[in-house]
Write a protein that binds this ligand. Structure first.
Ligand SMILES: *Cc1c(COP(=O)(O)O)cnc(C)c1O
Length: 378
């Protein structure tokens, strides 16, 4: 044969998630922690590395880490599922609660993986767009879930990329209005400190997602977890890949979780740097900056794509361009990096914007001179 049979028709519409693997001196595009693991954690791992069993399959359910996370959250291990990043768990949820003939509700603009995984699993996406200030359209959401045909609801809280929380009242109203599985994605919990954990006992359809990728400096290890009713966890174990979380990642994440107090100061420092970043952006002419409960900040500026390019090519500063996302026209998102990184970003942005203003003045001046000359000529 000189051809390949077509894959599922649904894939034709699907564009791969483009986590642009561009390297720059200042990496502020992916909401990663600016620092590597603390030296003492790396030393501890290094001292034991020669005894690590690379040859054995991992514990499928990551019992050690699972037990630690259960204890810390006042739950049983059966209420916890460890995944290959939070992303794997989102996919597993759509495999189990989505699928052909089933519906997922989300509130765009939001985390793109929900809709991508929905499409990949043949799940219909029901989008209830956020309002102009990025708050959820509470009435529309409640009205829609009350019809009774939604199977799974995805709420990023705080929302990525807009940075805001939805009200706890709305989340409770959703939980009261539907028996759909409601995923409250708390990937940025360590920064926002807001959690729906206290509502789990009353609402068995509430599941919470957390990750080691943001506050715990482990984006490269791919570890996330779900907190939920044991029946939900059991269903998810039917669809998940049994060895999805590799043994090394389990080992490192367990150590990091045991040492989690060590990360608290770093988180507080990042929150102070976030204020510097918000303040710095707010002072720039023509920039509208949105408040944030997470380790990133979204802002709107004219010709945002050009700014994104100038920051990368002129200053080696990489941030995230959302200008092609509906509702986020002219919006960019910048991660809270180290003080030095945030400073480089602010200096570079100021420079690009002031150079832009100067060239606009020049063009306007030339244009008015040209039209003046023309009038004289006429
Ligand atoms: C980063 C993120 C995740 C999960 O990231 P992983 O690296 O796969 O753990 C989930 N949801 C949101 C909203 C995120 O921003």
């Amino acid at each position: 044969m000189d051809r390949i049979r077509d894959p599922r028709a649904e894939l034709e519409e699907l564009v791969p998630y483009d986590a642009k693997d561009i390297r720059a001196e200042v990496m502020l595009a992916s909401n990663e922690h600016p620092s590597n693991l603390p030296g003492e954690v790396i030393d501890w791992l290094a001292e034991r590395l020669d005894r690590f069993s690379f040859n054995r399959y991992p514990d499928p359910l990551a019992s050690d880490l699972r037990t630690l996370i259960a204890e810390a959250n006042g739950l049983e291990p059966a209420n916890v599922l460890i995944g290959n990043g939070g992303d794997e768990i989102i996919f597993d949820i759509l495999l189990a609660w989505g699928g052909p003939g089933r519906k997922m509700l989300d509130m765009p603009p939001t985390f793109a993986m929900y809709a991508i995984d929905a499409q990949a699993t043949g799940t219909e996406v029901v989008s209830i767009p956020r309002l102009a200030d990025f708050s959820a359209d509470a009435d529309a959401v409640i009205e829609r879930v009350s019809r009774g045909d939604i199977d799974v609801v995805m709420v990023a809280n705080p929302n990525n990329p807009t940075g805001n929380l939805v009200s706890e009242t709305l989340l409770i109203d959703i939980l009261n209005a539907t028996d759909a599985l409601v995923l409250v994605d708390e990937a940025y919990f360590e920064f926002s400190r807001h959690t729906m954990r206290p509502h789990m006992e009353r609402h068995p359809n509430l599941v919470i997602l957390r990750t080691f990728s943001k506050a715990f400096s482990l984006a490269g290890m791919r570890v996330g977890c779900l907190l939920g009713h044991e029946d939900v966890v059991r269903e998810l174990t039917k669809v998940r890949q049994p060895y999805s979380v590799n043994a090394f990642s389990q080992w490192v994440a367990s150590k990091v979780f045991r040492e989690r107090v060590v990360f608290q100061q770093g988180i507080r420092d990042l929150m102070r740097t976030r204020d510097t970043l918000l303040h710095g952006l707010a002072q720039m002419d023509g920039v509208e900056v949105f408040p944030s409960e997470a380790n990133f900040v979204m802002f709107r500026v004219e010709q945002a794509s050009a700014l994104w390019r100038d920051l990368l090519h002129g200053h080696s500063v990489l941030i995230r361009d959302f200008t092609r996302t509906p509702g986020l026209e002219d919006c960019l998102r910048v991660t809270v990096g180290s003080d030095e990184e945030v400073d480089r970003f602010l200096v570079a942005t100021r420079e690009v914007l002031s150079a832009r203003r100067e060239s606009q003045l020049l063009t306007n001046g030339a244009a008015s001179r040209a039209s003046g000359e023309k009038e004289v000529g006429d």
